[in-house]
Design a protein around this ligand. Structure first.
Ligand SMILES: Cc1cc2nc3c(=O)[nH]c(=O)nc-3n(C[C@H](O)[C@H](O)[C@H](O)COP(=O)(O)OP(=O)(O)OC[C@H]3O[C@@H](n4cnc5c(N)ncnc54)[C@H](O)[C@@H]3O)c2cc1C
Length: 377
């Protein structure tokens, strides 16, 4: 059994979710195009290291035959974990041993190994989805902001947190979680900051204290990316965003003045590569109006805060579930319904987990609580 009544599929967004779906559709022989608003280099510099889970994110990599390529790039030692209180007390420490279930890979490398398997004529870069007109049940015209229009019988919105495709299926908008992050970077720690590398180890260092956190991660390129995180009101974030790099560094050091010196050193060592971002989420258990020619995946479908490390795993897993659903149904409408019911179920759990972790990580005794969470799981 397999869905046969679709001839032309548009995937809007070439992030990890859209790319993964493209590769799986190619293997099933479907005709599809990935429309990405940015340039082909888009995924190289966005976001840091991601842990890819054996029971979700790794499944489509295996299905697509790129698991060996993935394994050759991942860092199993990247699962090292440290949980530290703001006074420098180490509450939990685990050194990764052998082959774990959640190895780390940089976003750019993950996207590259998927993308390089897809025939180049399936990509259109510089195409921003703008609007659509429905001509029939399986006949939708897409307008792109470059003035181009194309018609498809199926549209997959994998266009991320602020999806424009989603606007055609629901009135629900993502809301601010109350957490903002200033993403700072420390390059080449092995040579420039060997003591910091020794302190951080090869994976995640999570320093927590009340309404603030320093979440650091060693990346594959030898840099450490640190998410300096706060419970922060909407306006304060704008003030931080307006600061010059040196003003911002001073501000961060002032905010962390009561923290242990080893932790403050992450801020002292930062370079000029800074990104300020608010963290948004969709409601837990979010569903949209079913449509026989349109559906959503990844952040467009279930945006959640990053505190359970599930976002990219869910995006990859959605691609897997959608491709499986096409294989096991004859009718596209049924295939979409079956896919949606599965992702609603799974993402409700991971979205709740992300929210629970957010509350835990920004509580008064966060380091103690997170340490006991790790000790009992
Ligand atoms: C600070 C931070 C840390 C994170 N850490 C982790 C982690 O450790 N582990 C984890 O699993 N997840 C993490 N995530 C979440 C993860 O990055 C996302 O869940 C994942 O990237 C979602 O993939 P996606 O393909 O659905 O969307 P995206 O990666 O957002 O890709 C969407 C693509 O669509 C394109 N696009 C957008 N609008 C349009 C349009 N109108 N037309 C055409 N193209 C468009 C964009 O340019 C982009 O390329 C983190 C997120 C943040 C913000």
């Amino acid at each position: 059994m397999t869905v046969k009544n679709i001839e032309n599929i548009a995937i809007i967004g070439g992030g990890p979710g859209g790319l993964m779906l493209g590769l799986l559709l190619q293997q099933q022989g479907y005709n599809f195009t990935i429309f990405e608003k940015e340039s082909p280099e888009i995924n190289k510099n966005r976001g840091g290291s991601l842990d890819i889970h054996a029971d979700t994110g790794q499944l489509p990599l295996k299905e697509a035959g790129i698991y060996e390529a993935f394994k050759s790039l991942v860092r199993y030692e990247g699962e090292d974990t440290r949980v530290i209180g703001k006074d420098g007390t180490v509450h939990y420490e685990e050194d990764a041993e052998g082959i774990g279930e959640r190895p780390e890979i940089d976003r750019g490398e993950l996207c590259d190994i998927i993308k390089e398997q897809i025939e180049p004529d399936h990509f259109k870069y510089g195409y921003t989805f703008q609007s659509l007109i429905q001509h029939g049940p399986q006949d939708v015209e897409i307008n792109f902001s470059n003035g181009e229009t194309e018609r498809f019988d199926l549209i997959i919105g994998s266009d991320g947190a602020f999806s424009k495709v989603r606007d055609y299926l629901t009135d629900t908008e993502p809301s601010y979680t109350g957490i903002s992050m200033i993403e700072i970077n420390i390059p080449d720690v092995k040579h420039e900051h060997p003591e910091l590398l020794k302190y951080n180890k090869n994976g995640k260092m999570m320093a927590l204290g009340g309404n603030q956190a320093l979440l650091a991660q060693l990346n594959g390129d030898g840099s450490i990316k640190v998410y300096v995180s706060y419970r922060m009101d909407y306006q304060t974030f704008n003030d931080y965003k307006a600061m010059s790099i040196s003003e911002l560094q001073k501000q961060l050091l002032a905010d962390f003045s009561e923290w242990d010196q080893k932790l403050r050193y992450y801020i002292e060592a930062m370079n000029n590569e800074v990104l300020c971002r608010r963290i948004y989420k969709l409601p837990i258990g979010f569903k949209w109006q079913h449509h026989s020619a349109m559906t959503l995946m990844g952040d467009a479908a279930h945006l959640m805060s990053p505190f359970a490390g599930e976002g990219v795993n869910m995006a990859l897993y959605d691609a897997y579930l959608f491709a499986e659903s096409l294989k096991s149904h004859e009718d596209i409408d049924r295939a979409i319904k079956s896919y949606e019911s599965k992702i609603y179920q799974v993402s409700k759990v991971t979205a709740q987990e992300s929210q629970d972790n957010l509350e835990l990580m920004f509580s008064e005794d966060a380091a103690e609580q997170l340490a006991s969470f790790f000790k009992t799981t």
